[in-house]
Design a protein around this ligand. Structure first.
Ligand code: HEC
Length: 182
């Protein structure tokens, strides 16, 4: 092979190594990125964080991520009760959406009839009857804060149940309180 060809190959390789874009997609260096072609875009499996599928919904956003729609700060429940109101009115569609969110996330503890007798409730402090007088008297904002930030035992649903879904659940809860008197 002529020397000039070898020389241009070497120069080409060096140029490639040093003009690669900066570290992205989990690889650490340009050299490493060239030796890990097969795993694009996560070329470096050693440094890639493995997240078990069933846990992924529990992860908060990365600490370095920038919220594009603003960040909601946790509010004290009594402050939330005074300040927060549903940004949209209750209607059939929002009640139906709230129904499905409730059945997905809340029934295990609160039970199908909201009486606090869900299948896992017996393992710890049983939740109050959501159709009972106590919860009827709670303000919407109070319940919103309960869903988004959790209670004493009740987990926080801030990452699984979005703000809009939480208001849908509240519309559903109010609808149930009106239609199923205790
Ligand atoms: C792991 C069980 C569990 C799940 C799941 C759960 N809760 Fe709770 N919830 C509780 C317990 C226990 C309480 C009692 C107080 C506490 O823990 O702070 C409670 C309290 C509440 C209260 C306060 C009632 C009051 O009048 O003080 C509301 C409202 C509520 N839950 C709504 C929901 C909604 C809506 C969901 C679904 C998004 C949900 N919960 C999911 C266990 C649960």
């Amino acid at each position: 092979m002529p020397r000039s060809l070898i020389a241009s190959l070497v120069v080409g390789l060096i140029l490639t190594l040093f003009t690669m874009p900066g570290p992205r997609h989990g690889f650490e260096s340009a050299v490493q990125s060239l030796t890990h072609w097969s795993y694009y875009p996560n070329r470096d499996m050693r440094n890639t964080v493995g997240v078990p599928a069933q846990k992924i919904v529990n992860r908060g956003p990365d600490s370095s991520s920038v919220p594009t729609i603003g960040r909601e700060l946790p509010l004290d429940r009594d402050v939330a009760a005074e300040r927060l109101h549903s940004p949209f009115p209750s209607n059939e569609a929002s009640i139906a959406k709230g129904d499905s969110v409730f059945h997905k996330f809340c029934v295990p503890c609160h039970g199908m009839a909201m009486a606090g007798d869900g299948p896992v409730a017996a393992n710890f402090m049983p939740p109050p009857d959501l159709l009972g007088q106590q919860t009827r008297n709670r303000k919407d904002g109070y319940i919103y804060s309960y869903i988004r930030n959790g209670g004493v035992i009740m987990p926080s649903y801030g990452f699984q149940v979005s703000a809009e879904e939480a208001w849908n659940v509240i519309h559903y809860l109010r609808h149930m309180q009106q239609t199923s008197p205790r």
